[in-house]
Design a protein around this ligand. Sequence first.
Ligand code: HEM
Length: 453
Amino acid sequence: VKPESLSLCPLGTAAAPEQELLCIFGTGDLGRSLGQRLLQTGYRVVYGSRRPHSCGPLPERAQVMSHAAAAQSANLVFICIHRENYDFLETLAPELKGKVLVDVSNNVEKNLYPEANAEYLQRLIPGAHVVKAFNTLSAWALQNGPSDANRQVYLCGNNAEAKQAVSVVATKLGFTVLDRGSVSAAKELEDFPLQLFPEWRLPLRLAVGLTAFFFFYLLIRDIISVYIKEKKDISFRIMVSLANKVFPIVSLIMLSLCYLPGVIAAFLQLYRGTKYKRFPDWLDRWMLCRKQLGLLALGFAFLHVLYTLIIPIRYYVRFRLSVRENRTPEFDTTMAWRTDSYYSVGILGFGLYLLLGITSLPSVSNALSWREFSFIQSKLGHVTLFFCTFHTYLYGWDKFLRASSYKWYTPPGYMLCLVLPSVVLVLKLLLLLPCVDRSLTRIRQGWERTNPD
Ligand code: HEM
């Protein structure tokens, strides 16, 4: 179901006290925090409890009654109790008929039950209108009100009026409401709090995998091979030289992996002649983690820049310079051009890289129009990839012609990492050809190629 944001009354006007009575079942942490916040916002609150006279400390000004009496006194009932204790609610079906029940529950594990808690509640009390909401907020967030990280309240349910009633309360509490559709979305909402950085998992695994691969590849190729062939121990290079190869290599590969799915999607649309067919799941998932891929790639590029900055103060470099001091090598203008160019192109690439990273942050991207955002992320993104790739080509220069570059018949790491960005850039260049670009633009505007049959 496509999430849709409800347009609700502005906060300033919403905060006026209305003294509406709301009911809360459950006097645990969540029930208490919610009650306190509702009271602060101007609602009256009544708790439903098994033992109304001995149910522990509750917010001042809140009333406590038996479940049946409390349910009868309000139209909206927050169910702040664990799912395992829902059965008793069945006995209250007559009192809860026609009421809006807000299911705020969560589970400790995924797939613990065949159906979502909210669906179970709806089955127990078919006469009530169940709305799943507030479950992604902690008791802490409820008590202290919305903060940047905890501003959104997801909700779902079968009855539009019931959802509207809950979203009015959520908005008065200062939250932004995101409607996820019918109660069948409840399972997804209940899984939210159990997920740990879900969209970072794939990019992180990829970063760790690539780092490990290139670390061992370069360790064997550049350090162990020298030890075996020349009996020379240059293991100290692991700390800076090797790290300063692995990090930029991983960064460049991950940056190209950010742009590869977009290019694949464009070719797929051209091949199918329509934009209305779904992309395969793997491509969808890949596209959804581009931001995380890009931010991790930026982190690796940042490390490369820091490592590069310390090169002149390294003992090994200063030692080599002092040994050479007595010789006056001839000035090589080509070499000067080459090194200055690759530094300069690297710096430009890094500058644009930072711009991409900054504009992907929600607070910045929210201030941009869609056109501005896509101009930076797509057009400038490809320019960034071009600069970083060009920087690496310039760094390599003519080394690919020398046999000594291929130790043990293996290519150096930077050559391997150039494959993917080069492919992405060539494919992107093909897409920019006027005839291809025209077809793609038409497809993206809704035109469809009709099948001959
Ligand atoms: C290599 C400088 C930004 C990718 C190098 C080297 C230097 C350097 C000095 C040679 C390192 C060595 O001798 O081992 C810079 C500077 C940058 C910059 C000053 C910006 C301030 C970038 C960026 C990328 C990048 C943004 C993109 C990911 C690479 C790659 C290599 C490299 C792939 C080859 C690594 C190897 O296998 O030796 N850069 N760089 N650089 N740089 Fe950059």
